[in-house]
Design a protein around this ligand. Structure first.
Ligand SMILES: [Zn+2]
Length: 385
């Protein structure tokens, strides 16, 4: 499909001609081909913490998963990043607007996120849209902004790498695996978590009680988290690995419309180049688990898109600690590589034209049939075959 085919009229004409206009036309905007299997779900991995292309697609041995995805998908080698602060740059992936926020700011933005666009336009419940983060409290601000037309009513369900409702969950995990039944307190905590899970999965409190299937899936999620050892993940990238594992469980069990993961531990690079490379390698392996889970699930394999993109790169040269900062304004810093994989996407396609990291927001929204009305990015070019 050439660039013209992204044009809305062309799409609708194609869709009408083949009789599948209903779904596409519902929101008045869509970019999917009428022929290919449609993308029904999106997983966006913000491979954040500041990661250069030099250590990813330019050193394939570091990232076998990413290379395999690239071979079976589309790679944008020149995605311009938004600014130099981790928080604002990662937030801009979700809002499609360059966010002028410093790294230490800990507040929600005024702009809607892709989660809000998708939930509002598609009428989705909270359980259909998730974000799993590695970086603690600040990153929970990614789940929604404060725009009057969107906001918390349309936010993503949030999880950090330690799973849902951490304190309770940790207590259960600590008890689990010992050859005894749960104590009364632990059982009560598990019950509380089940109820909380059900609330999350069902959306806001006005929603109906969970049906049997939802309840069963929630149960399976809890058991998978308990037995899957998410909390026991060790290693330098433990927080990132947990966020990816939690996302894998959520994607497999809830099959949400939109799931985002935000990593951050590559930022160890400030003090250690070698440590940074190790984080990238381990995160690529954890990404492999998530990708495998998608490909092995017949309900997900053909219709789920995965995007992997850092928020920005890093400096060209090592600092005095043999680390890498981010502030030299170099191409290594300002341009990152973005990999897109999914059934109808082009295969083994490398796009060397300049695109922008903020293009992810409108692209993801368009694929799902929503419109990122305030986003300034554009749909990523040459994505569809
Ligand atoms: Zn940093």
């Amino acid at each position: 499909m050439n660039h013209r085919a992204w044009d809305r009229r062309t799409i609708l004409k194609q869709a009408a001609a083949t009789g599948v206009a209903a779904g596409l036309a519902r929101t008045g905007f869509a970019l999917q081909s009428a022929k290919a299997p449609a993308i029904e779900r999106v997983v966006l991995v913000s491979f954040a913490g500041g990661v250069r292309s030099r250590e990813t697609i330019q050193t394939p041995g570091n990232v076998p998963t990413l290379m395999a995805m690239a071979k079976d998908g589309v790679t944008y080698t020149r995605a311009r990043s938004s600014n130099l602060g981790h928080f604002g740059a990662a937030l801009s992936m979700f809002t499609g607007i360059s966010e002028a926020r410093g790294i230490r700011e800990n507040a929600r933005g005024g702009d809607p996120t892709m989660f809000e666009y998708v939930r509002k336009d598609l009428g989705l419940k909270a359980g259909d849209v998730w974000i799993a983060t590695s970086g603690g409290a600040q990153q929970t601000n990614f789940s929604h902004g404060l725009h009057a037309d969107y906001g918390p009513l349309f936010g993503a369900s949030t999880l950090d790498g330690d799973g849902l409702f951490n304190a309770d969950f940790k207590a259960i995990l600590a008890a689990y695996g010992k050859p005894r039944t749960l104590g009364a307190e632990e059982q009560a905590a598990l019950d509380r978590m089940r109820r909380a899970c059900q609330t999350q999965a069902q959306g806001d409190s006005r929603a109906a009680a969970p049906d049997a299937e939802s309840a069963a899936r929630i149960e399976r999620y809890i058991l998978d988290e308990l037995s899957g050892g998410t909390a026991d993940l060790r290693g330098a990238n433990a927080a990132d690995a947990k966020a990816l594992r939690v996302a894998r469980n959520v994607v497999s069990i809830f099959r949400p419309k939109l799931t985002a993961v935000v990593l951050q531990q590559a930022d160890i690079a400030h003090g250690s180049f070698n440590g940074y490379v190790e984080i990238i390698r381990q995160n690529d392996a954890a990404l492999g688990e998530l990708w495998s889970a998608i490909r092995e699930d017949p309900a997900l394999a053909q219709t789920t898109a995965v995007f992997v993109c850092p928020e920005f790169g890093r400096d060209s040269d090592l600092n005095s600690r043999r680390g890498l900062d981010h502030g030299d304004g170099s191409e290594d810093l300002n341009f990152v590589s973005c990999v897109a994989w999914g059934g109808p996407f082009q295969k083994n396609k490398v796009v060397t034209d300049d695109v922008r990291v903020i293009d992810l927001c409108p692209t993801v929204c368009s694929l799902l049939g929503a419109k990122a009305r305030l986003a300034r990015g554009k749909n990523l070019p040459q994505l569809l075959a």
